[in-house]
Structure formats: structure tokens, C-alpha cells
Design a protein around this ligand. Structure first.
Ligand SMILES: [Zn+2]
Length: 337
């Protein structure tokens, strides 16, 4: 089979090459990959930095493949052959107290497809059967568009008590993939949705986009929501933006963060925080139920992930380059078959 194989760090050391089809373990399935997305973690693996430094080389990257099960290990129901699936990027350990509660996102021993084991930038990938989640009729491109964003957003919003009708919700990073699917979901739940971004976001019905520099963010949100917001979600990974969002919170409201990629030192006005009965929650990765719900929300059209561009496996290097382009709006998809 063909796969994008990283033999040393650097994008120039990623080459599409023939490699053996993976041998299946008893609890695994073999997925024929239709498509996968480009994510910051892939670039970290390629550069050998941050969480990507955990990847031993040579490595096939690709954390979020979608495809069709073509073979199953000895302990897996053979009826799954032919099933269209998405592959959940984070693999929980399955045996800790968090996993036992169905709270897999909080598992402290998670590994990641395309980091700790070979990923989906290949014609076939072997994954744990539990990580391959049925997607029914959902289109492969749409599945990739939502797979590493919507489940994370669901996890982050649910950790803050979820979104309810009549609430006002502020979401940062409106031009990003996470921010846009979060806005779709919050609107679907019946909330008033205010998004903030540094450049204008695509117009969404019933969503108010505020374009503001970070230092003006809280005041600009307060202009349109004087009592503050019931829930704020930071998707930018910028501690400055998250700090500013704390200034938008209404009495008893929660700030949820689901990324910390740009800067990390949060500034909290402790008096405002405790007198306002505020809460702060952090979420990373997702539970199985978040992935299943994300599939259903996308299939019913409640959330429509934006696709920026599509590339073939042969041009995967261009896909990774496109990801960092300042004009990118939406998911970069790599079509494999
Ligand atoms: Zn666990």
C-alpha cells in the first residue's frame, strides 16, 4: 500500500512510499482510508515538537482518518466488515477510573493515532475496533471536517453544563474550525450566540460576529450583552483571549477552554472571579459519546463543517503547507481513495 512516511523531522522528509499493509491485532480493525484532515498535531509530529515529539520515527502521520472497515482481528465481530467509520484520534486506556465512568476524555493514559502508532495518511490503517466508530451514511469529507473539532467542542461545552435555550454564549476564534462548529452547535441548542475574532468571520444566520482586538474584546461583548454571557468558550488556545473572555462572564457563568497552543499564562481577577461565582473548566479530547453525537449532529445538518480545500495523498505536502496559510478558512482535507 501507499503511505506518507516520515523518516526524519521536517516536511521535506515526508514522502509517499510503498509500505506493507499493517498486521492486525486481535482487537483491531483494518480501515481502508477514504480521507483524513490536517491538524496542528500533524505539523508537530512532522517537526518533532510539543506533543508531536512523542512520535517515534519512521511514522505515518494522520490522526483523524475516515474510511471503511475491510478486515477485523480475531476478537472483533466480522459483521463490521464493510462498515463506514470515523477513527477517534485519542485512544483511552480503557481500564482507569475515568474510562470506567465513560469519561474517556479525562483518561490520563491516552495515546493518539498518528503519534504513538501509525496514522491514517495511508491507504490502510489498523486501529483498535473501539476507536472505529460507525458513521452510517455520513459523507467522508464532512466526517473529516467535523472529526477533530465538533467532539472536542461538545466535550468543552458539556463540561461547562452544556448550552441551553435562552442562554447567551460567547465563542472566540470564530474564523477557526473549532469556533465555527461551536457556533453552529450553540445556535442549534437555542442560545444567543456571539462570536469574536480578529478578522471578520463568515456570516452565519443568527450569529453575531464581533471583530475586535483582544484588549477590547470584553468591552465589545459587554456592549451587546451588558449582563454578560452565561457561557464563554475559548477555541483560540491563546491565554490572552481566554483572560479577556473572563471579563465577559455574567453572574455564575463558566469559561471553558479546549486549547492552549498560542500562549499559556491566564490572567484572572480573583476578586471578580470569586464574587461573580465564576467557574473555569479545561477539556482536551472527547468521550466516545461526543463522537457519536457529533456524527448525528453533522448527519442531520445541525452542524456543517467548512472545508477549505482538498488534496490527494500524492500532494499531501501541499495540504500540510496550506494548513498554515493565513487565508485558510475551514478544514484542509486529504482524499486518499
Ligand atoms: Zn483510561
Amino acid at each position: 500500500m501507499l503511505a506518507a512516511l516520515l523518516t526524519a523531522h521536517g516536511l521535506e522528509r515526508l514522502a509517499v512510499s510503498p509500505v506493507p499493509i499493517p498486521v492486525l491485532g486481535a482487537q483491531e480493525v483494518l480501515v481502508e482510508v477514504q480521507a483524513l484532515g490536517v491538524n496542528q498535531l500533524d505539523l508537530n509530529v512532522i517537526a518533532g515538537i510539543g506533543p508531536g515529539a512523542a512520535a517515534a520515527l519512521p511514522r505515518i502521520p494522520g490522526i483523524d482518518p475516515v474510511g471503511i472497515i475491510r478486515a477485523v482481528g480475531d476478537s472483533v465481530d466480522a459483521e463490521r466488515i464493510g462498515e463506514p467509520v470515523v477513527v477517534k484520534p485519542n485512544i483511552p486506556c480503557g481500564s482507569c477510573t475515568f474510562c470506567a465512568q465513560g469519561s474517556e476524555a479525562r483518561c490520563p493514559r491516552q495515546t493518539v493515532i498518528g503519534v504513538h502508532r501509525d496514522g491514517g495518511a495511508a491507504e490502510f490503517v489498523a486501529v483498535p475496533a473501539s476507536s472505529a466508530i460507525a458513521r452510517g451514511e455520513l459523507d467522508a469529507g464532512l466526517a473529516v471536517g467535523m472529526l477533530h473539532s465538533l467532539p472536542i467542542v461538545l466535550q468543552a461545552l458539556r463540561a461547562a453544563g452544556d448550552v441551553h435555550e435562552g442562554q447567551t454564549v460567547a465563542i472566540s476564534g470564530a474564523t477557526g474550525v473549532l469556533g465555527e462548529v461551536a457556533a453552529h452547535y450553540a445556535r442549534h441548542r437555542g442560545a444567543r450566540v456571539i462570536t469574536v475574532s480578529r478578522r471578520p468571520a463568515p456570516q452565519l444566520d443568527d450569529v453575531q460576529n464581533i471583530v475586535a482586538e483582544t484588549r477590547q474584546l470584553a468591552a465589545r461583548v459587554r456592549d451587546v450583552a451588558p449582563a454578560g454571557v452565561d457561557l464563554a468558550l475559548d477555541t483560540t488556545g491563546s491565554a490572552e483571549v481566554a483572560s479577556a473572555l473572563l471579563g465577559t462572564l455574567a453572574w455564575g457563568a463558566t469559561l471553558s477552554v479546549c486549547s492552549a497552543s498560542v500562549s499559556t499564562e491566564l490572567r484572572v481577577d480573583l476578586r471578580q472571579f470569586y464574587l461573580g461565582r465564576h467557574r473555569l473548566v479545561g477539556s482536551a479530547s472527547a468521550d466516545y459519546v461526543d463522537v457519536r453525537d457529533a456524527i448525528a449532529l453533522t448527519a442531520e445538518g445541525a452542524v456543517t463543517p467548512r472545508i477549505d480545500s482538498r488534496y490527494s495523498l500524492a500532494t499531501i505536502t501541499s495540504a500540510y503547507e496550506r494548513f498554515s496559510h493565513p487565508d485558510r478558512l475551514g478544514k484542509v482535507v486529504i482524499d486518499v481513495s
